[in-house]
Design a protein around this ligand. Structure first.
Ligand code: HEM
Length: 342
């Protein structure tokens, strides 16, 4: 199954047929749902119904169902020696390899202004092209937890959002949802807006199980930290920014110098929530450096590159497996959205 996904990833976008990707996604879902310790099959929603729920909230535009507007950069990944203390995946034991990255606004709206409320949490995704042909993908966003605990609850939120247009009577469906889910309301209220995609910290939110060469396992969550330092805007400053300020800034910066991020694994301790991404782990947890992303230029044909790019953040690797059911289900939803933009 992994090789099928590698093939889909490598295959030129124009040649992919929708049924092929849909079948692959369905097969992958069945396989993964029964493969590991994670019980993805307890969710009522399916990857397909979740993509439909995203369309209900954001419209069907044959681009990414969410995180639709984004900017890509290319560069390299260099592993940190300490990564091997917790994970045996060959990519962490080798040298510098190519990487492609995509920064994105949150909502599933192709023309969303960069300074809109729905732009946050912004996303950072990276695909590391390992020397052995493995593609190691991560997807992170700007918040250190997720708005809800489960795949099913996210669909409820999206449908409430869809039913809460400007003409909906108060309390709207989303107002009622937030009343019942104060943690989700707190999530929305605490979102931040960076001055630059290169000056935000990004969080993986869903847990993974890492195993090292001695067979010792730990649960971890990803964190990607900007070398340029964090800098977030006040509401007034954000209002004054342009509708393309994030993409303009990124391209201007990278033309001058590389954009660098350090990538860490936050290691869980006993009692930390492994299967609930709405609960952030304490800041006191150990961070083990996994490596460094050095981004140097945009792709030669950004439009074609964005269209043919598929991230699979829940993909298993030697020494790495998803430990949160949401990540397994996300992994199966992404190819469905991918097929819709071909
Ligand atoms: C139930 C939860 C989630 C669902 C159903 C979901 C679904 C999706 C879908 C369908 C896409 C479009 C994929 C494509 O067309 O290639 C997407 C993109 C993305 N998601 Fe999620 N997602 C979820 C949670 C998360 C979380 C927790 C994060 C990060 C912590 C995240 C980060 C991203 C990013 C960064 C992208 C853009 C990828 C790119 O640049 O191509 N998502 N998501």
């Amino acid at each position: 199954m992994r090789s099928l996904f590698r093939t889909l990833n490598a295959y030129p976008a124009a040649k992919l047929s929708r049924p092929l990707v849909a079948i692959a996604a369905a097969l992958f879902f069945v396989n993964e749902a029964h493969a590991g310790d994670v019980k993805a099959s307890t969710a009522k929603e399916t990857p397909q119904s979740m993509v439909e729920a995203l369309h209900t909230a954001f419209g069907k535009h044959h681009a990414r169902a969410v995180h639709t507007k984004g900017t890509m950069l290319e560069g390299t990944f260099t592993p940190a020696p300490e990564a091997r203390s917790i994970v045996k995946t060959p990519v962490f034991g080798g040298g510098t390899v190519p990487v492609v990255a995509r920064f994105s606004l949150f909502a599933g709206l192709p023309d969303l202004p960069d300074n809109a409320d729905a732009a946050s949490p912004a996303g950072f995704a990276a695909k590391i092209k390992a020397a052995d042909g493995d593609e190691f993908d991560i997807e992170t966003n700007q918040h250190n937890n997720f708005i809800v605990a489960t795949f099913d609850e996210f669909a409820v939120f999206l449908r409430a959002l869809a039913a809460s247009g400007p003409t909906a009577p108060h309390p709207t469906a989303v107002e009622k949802f937030l009343e019942k889910n104060p943690k989700a309301a707190q999530f929305l209220a605490s979102r931040t807006y960076p001055i630059s995609y290169a000056q935000a910290t990004y969080f993986g939110v869903n847990s993974l199980k890492f195993t090292n060469a001695e067979g010792k396992s730990v649960f971890i969550r990803y964190r990607v930290v900007p070398r340029a330092g964090e800098h977030y805007l006040t509401p007034e400053e954000r209002k004054a920014e342009s509708a393309t300020y994030l993409q303009d800034d990124l391209l201007k910066r990278v033309a001058k110098e590389p954009i660098i991020f350090d990538w860490f694994a936050q290691v869980a301790e006993a009692g930390d929530a492994i299967e609930d991404p709405s609960i952030a782990w304490p800041e006191s947890r150990k961070l083990v450096k996994l490596g460094t992303f050095t981004l140097t230029k945009p792709p030669a044909d950004p439009e074609a590159a964005q269209k043919s790019l598929l991230f699979l953040p829940g993909q298993p690797h030697v020494g790495v497996e998803a430990a949160d059911p949401m990540l397994v289900l996300r992994n199966a939803a992404y190819p469905i959205s991918f097929s819709e933009r071909q």
